[in-house]
Ligand binder design. Structure first.
Ligand SMILES: Nc1nc2c(c(=O)[nH]1)N[C@H]1C(S)=C(S)[C@@H](COP(=O)(O)O)O[C@H]1N2
Ligand SMILES: [Mo]
Length: 224
């Protein structure tokens, strides 16, 4: 993550015109950069594109699947249409990356994770949920209590648009009260487990309990 931090500082130093040129260049390059270089890219609305892998396969309504398994009575597989057919919740909160950038009042919409957990029938021995991604590398986890919060979404929309490939579409996790690294992009698996397994950045030093303003020793809490 040191590399990303360094490049983030570079991004702040770069002139806006230069950044616009870089933006079109990096938009194409974003999937080829495993180093965090794309963290330099401020795209529309203040978001930056992050991926820990050099490339990510594209999934659409025909090919996308989300599996729910592990310590559940009724494992399930959802298509994009299945997820769209469920009641959607909308949140408007500040997005905060642990490296310092923030996007105020960012709308996200999707299916509350708790709904999918309830549908699956979580077994009494379960205490945590693990998330896997079709980039083949990233992972995240939450305690079951965190996962059941009403502001944790299996998100289909971001900024009032379907989530595009660069932002983890067609489906990403959105964990509103935590640093954005919790919001796993390209979500493909939800596995109910006995214990929390630290995720990709967490085995590399970030806090597993990633409450904004109360973890990682960095930022103040957002105002909303
Ligand atoms: N699969 C996957 N999810 C991920 C990441 C990633 O590299 N791969 N980066 C995380 C981090 S550190 C941040 S800040 C956000 C960035 O989301 P964005 O690219 O939509 O801005 O995604 C999070 N989820
Ligand atoms: Mo991040």
């Amino acid at each position: 993550m040191l590399g990303t931090l360094g490049l983030g500082a570079l991004g702040l130093a770069a002139a806006p015109t230069l950044q616009r040129g870089l933006e079109s260049f990096l938009a194409g390059a974003s999937e080829r950069d495993p180093t965090g270089l794309t963290g330099l890219l401020p795209n529309g609305g203040g978001f930056r594109y992050y991926s820990v892998t050099a490339s990510v396969p594209r999934k659409d309504a025909r090919t996308y699947r989300l599996t729910v398994d592990g310590l559940v009575d009724r494992p399930a597989t959802y298509t994009l249409a299945d997820l769209k057919a469920l009641p959607q919740t909308r949140t408007v909160r500040d997005v905060q990356c642990v490296t310092g950038w923030r996007v105020p009042h960012a709308p996200f919409e999707g299916v509350p994770l708790s709904r999918l957990l309830d549908a699956a029938g979580v077994r009494p021995t379960a205490r945590a949920v693990r998330f896997t991604c079709f980039d083949g590398a990233y992972s995240e986890s939450l305690t079951l209590d965190q996962a059941r919060r009403s502001d944790v979404l299996v998100a289909l929309r971001m900024r009032d648009e379907d989530i595009g490939h660069g932002h983890g579409g067609p489906v990403r996790l959105y964990v509103a009260p935590m640093y954005f690294y919790k919001s796993a992009k390209w979500l493909s698996g939800i596995t109910v487990t006995e214990d929390v397994e630290p995720g990709y950045w967490e085995v590399r030093g970030y806090d597993v309990d990633a409450w904004v303003g109360r973890s990682n020793g960095r930022d103040d809490a957002p105002t909303s």
